[in-house]
Every structure is written in structure tokens, then in C-alpha cells.
Design a protein around this ligand. Structure first.
Ligand code: AMP
Length: 330
């Protein structure tokens, strides 16, 4: 069993892409590994969120992840800001993080360019905080997207630098989590390659059935196949990609057959089926999200228990690190 760590950004709602591309894998991961999932609320401070909004965003993401099946009995689920050990290790690691390398980080350069009036120290040292999140539990694996690969590489650098500097083999060098299967990419309904928040083409898990029907109805289509057995254009293939994850193989075969025989005028039916099947997947999740979101007692219990477990693990690392660096009890 390996230690796996994954951060959760307290921004926005989960969409079908997040669900099939990440969440479903997390559910399997928590069965097989020692998993830590944390809400990265300190990380979100770089953009100075309104305090009330911050709290509501944390409540939202927590409710959504729990509703999808993250299980506090199986995994350690906590808020970053509930674990002060992270702040101390961050301070210690910052002494080994150099301005030159931090300034060169792609995400820093990008954010600094986008918001030239808010280039704060927290933004600069974001990769150090991320390294701390990982190293505080001495994680083996981190499920990272492409945009986070450089941060993980920096984490390995810091771990290596620490080990080398103090002549120890204390920190493991964490690597990307390998799923052992192709990751599913959920496309947008607008003909674009990817469903994503910034693309504005998402079906959210909290969308009401009526909203889902409307969004699916508006999906990009055409007049139908021009001849039998022609390849599908991307935007039609996209609908089939989503159909494959939410519907039965029989339904997929049925519409595939309609395409291949060159028939037309069945897109309305396909969209109706697609909307119905998406609604079937999302309805129980949406209902759980709404229940959990309004259950302060449950959220309090989950975060308290999670913080306790996370602090136990983090405290051990911090005690070791202090000792290694020369902070010893008299
Ligand atoms: P984001 O919502 O962009 O922060 O993405 C969080 C994670 O969700 C990513 O690292 C991916 O694993 C997953 N994800 C996001 N969008 C999609 C998508 N359209 N298809 C599959 N996975 C996705």
C-alpha cells in the first residue's frame, strides 16, 4: 500500500469531466492505498477571496467530493488550514527554495502576467507550499494533471535537496500516480475537445434535470451522416464519447448503427437519451450534495476527524524534520 495525496481546489463546481476523469479514479484509489485528500484553502489565498465566499467554496467542494463517494472512513479528508504543521514545514522548506527557480515556474510567470498588480510572495512560493502538502505525509504518489507536473518535479527537487543537505534519506521522491488504464477525457458539448470550467461548456453535477436537458439539446450537431459508414465528425464523436460513459453498450450500439446506416433525423432522440442517462447518473449525486451541504454537524465531524488523522501524520514528519535540522529538545 502506497501513500497518495491529492489536493482539491475550493473553486467552482464539479462537472462531468471532473467526475469521470478524476473522481471515479479517486474512489478506486481510496480502496487500494493510504489516501490523503485535502481542500487547498491556503493555496486559494493568493487571489484574496472574500472570507464568506471562501467558507462557502470550501463547504461546496467538500460536499461535492463526499457526495461522489470519497469516504472519510477510508481516506483522510481534511482542510489544509486545519493542519498548522503544514505552515511550519512550509517555513522550513522556504529556506531551501531559491528565488531564481521560483521565478522561472511556468504557472508563476503565467499568473504574474495575468495579474501584474497582485504578484504576492504567496504566489511566488506556491510550489513550496505544494511541495509541503506532499512531503508532510511523505507521499509516494500524486495524481497530477499536466499543469502540475512541474510542481511535482520541484517537490522532488526540494526533497532531494533536503536529503542531500542534511545527509539523510528522509523524504521520498514523489511521482505521478499511474492509473494503469487510459484516462477518460470528457469533451464539451460545443464541439470543443474538453469539458472545462474556463471553456464554459460544462454539465455540472449539481445541474437540475431541466438545465441538463437544455444543455444537451443545445449540443452542436449537423444534418446527419452524408452517406453510410462515413467517419463521424469530432462534435458527433463527442456525443458518443459521453454516451459511452453514461449509457448502456446497447444504447451506444443502437445509435452507432443509425449513424453507420446513414439514416438522418435521429439526433433529437439521441440527445433525449443522452440527457436522461446523464440525469440518472447525476441525480443521486446532486441530492447527496444538497443534503451534505446543509448538514453542518456532518461536515464538522468529517473535518475534525480528518484534521486529527492528518495532524498525526504531519506531526510525525515535522518532529523528524525538526530533529534532522537541529531543533532539539533540551
Ligand atoms: P479542473 O477542474 O480543471 O481543476 O480539473 C481537475 C481534474 O479533473 C483534472 O486534473 C482532471 O483529472 C479532471 N478533468 C477536468 N476536466 C476533465 C475532462 N473534460 N475530462 C476528463 N477529466 C477532466
Amino acid at each position: 500500500m502506497k501513500t497518495v495525496l491529492s489536493g482539491i481546489r475550493p473553486t467552482g463546481n464539479l462537472h462531468l469531466g471532473n467526475y469521470y476523469g478524476a473522481l471515479i479514479n479517486f474512489l478506486k484509489m481510496q480502496e487500494e492505498h493510504k489516501c490523503f485528500f485535502f481542500v487547498a484553502d491556503w493555496h486559494s489565498l493568493t487571489t484574496h477571496p472574500d472570507p464568506k465566499m471562501l467558507h462557502e467554496n470550501v463547504r461546496n467542494v467538500l460536499a461535492e467530493y463526499l457526495a461522489c463517494g470519497l469516504d472519510p472512513e477510508k481516506a483522510t479528508i481534511y482542510l489544509q488550514s486545519d493542519v498548522p504543521e503544514i505552515a511550519e514545514l512550509y517555513l522550513l522548506l522556504n529556506m531551501h527554495a531559491y528565488l531564481g527557480e521560483l521565478e522561472k515556474t511556468v504557472s508563476f510567470k503565467e499568473k504574474a502576467r495575468q495579474n501584474p498588480n497582485n504578484v504576492n510572495a504567496g504566489l511566488l512560493t506556491y510550489p513550496v507550499l505544494m511541495a509541503t502538502d506532499i512531503l508532510i505525509h511523505n507521499a509516494d504518489y500524486v495524481p497530477v494533471g499536466k499543469d502540475q507536473e512541474q510542481h511535482l518535479e520541484m517537490t522532488r527537487n526540494y526533497a532531494n535537496r533536503f536529503n542531500h543537505k542534511y545527509g539523510v534519506e528522509y523524504f521520498k521522491l514523489p511521482t505521478p500516480f499511474i492509473y494503469g488504464h487510459e484516462l477518460i477525457k470528457i469533451p464539451g458539448l460545443d464541439g470543443s475537445g474538453k469539458m472545462g470550467k474556463s471553456e464554459g461548456n460544462c454539465i455540472y453535477l449539481i445541474d437540475e434535470p431541466k438545465t441538463i436537458e437544455k444543455k444537451v439539446k443545445g449540443a452542436l450537431t449537423d444534418n446527419g451522416p452524408e452517406a453510410p459508414n462515413t467517419p463521424k465528425p469530432d462534435y458527433i464523436e463527442n456525443l458518443f464519447t459521453i454516451l459511452k460513459v453514461v449509457s448502456t453498450p446497447e444504447a451506444v450500439a443502437y445509435y452507432d448503427n443509425l449513424w453507420n446506416t446513414g439514416e438522418t433525423k435521429w439526433y433529437g432522440k439521441l440527445k433525449k437519451q443522452l440527457a436522461e442517462d446523464i440525469i440518472q447518473v447525476t441525480t443521486p449525486i446532486r441530492e447527496r450534495i444538497n443534503d451534505i451541504k446543509n448538514d453542518d454537524a456532518y461536515l464538522r465531524k468529517v473535518t475534525r476527524d480528518g484534521a486529527e488523522k492528518a495532524r498525526e501524520s504531519a506531526g510525525k514528519t515535522l518532529r523528524d524534520v525538526r530533529e534532522i535540522m537541529g531543533f532539539k529538545m533540551f
